[in-house]
Design a protein around this ligand. Structure first.
Ligand SMILES: [Zn+2]
Length: 181
């Protein structure tokens, strides 16, 4: 088994990449068990990912650094780390920008041919107008003058309101009655 598959090995390479070099005691933050740490460092050294130098005179201090091979691996790990972070951040943003959340919008008024709503995200002064139009099949549709769209969030918001649903159905009935009169 490659030493990179061992638990904590990637954390140690990333730590060494950041700190350039470490004493063995620094790595107790990652692996608190001395025996496990020794075994892991041995394997990482044998596989050529790290270099361990011991000073012979005085108390034994291990100085641990990444080899060139270890640096390459650590760089790769950092890239994956950043990618994962980006993905997490992006999906967080996406979740929070819910297109079906209409918190910023309010109905101002309903007219026979137009609906006025406010959208705080766009302007707190200017109203957004939606035209009430009839398509070629005789169905009533809403058209947003701001987005030039029948599918934008203002149209979706308007369709979600009870008042609008009732109003549109009454209008539709009226137009059908007029056709027959
Ligand atoms: Zn719109």
């Amino acid at each position: 088994m490659d030493s990179l598959d061992l638990k904590y090995s990637k954390s140690i390479l990333l730590y060494l990449m950041k700190k350039k070099n470490a004493k063995k005691s620094d790595l107790f933050k990652i692996v608190s068990n001395n025996f496990v740490l020794d075994r892991l460092l041995d394997k990482l050294e044998i596989d050529g990912y790290i270099q361990i130098t011991k000073n012979i005179i005085g108390p034994i201090i291990y100085n641990i650094t990444l080899s060139e091979k270890g640096k390459m691996v650590a760089l790769g790990l950092m890239k994956i780390d950043n990618l994962t972070k980006n993905l997490v951040e992006k999906s967080y943003l996406q979740n929070n920008k819910n297109p079906y959340s209409f918190d910023d919008q309010k109905l101002i008024n309903i007219y026979p041919k137009q609906i006025l709503i406010s959208d705080m995200e766009i302007s707190d002064l200017k109203a957004i107008s939606l035209n009430i139009i009839t398509d070629e099949d005789g169905f009533i549709k809403l058209y947003c003058n701001h987005d030039k769209s029948m599918k934008c969030k203002h149209v979706l918001f308007a369709w979600s309101l009870n008042e609008i649903q009732n109003f549109i159905q009454l209008q539709y009935c009226n137009s059908k009655l007029q056709e027959h009169s």
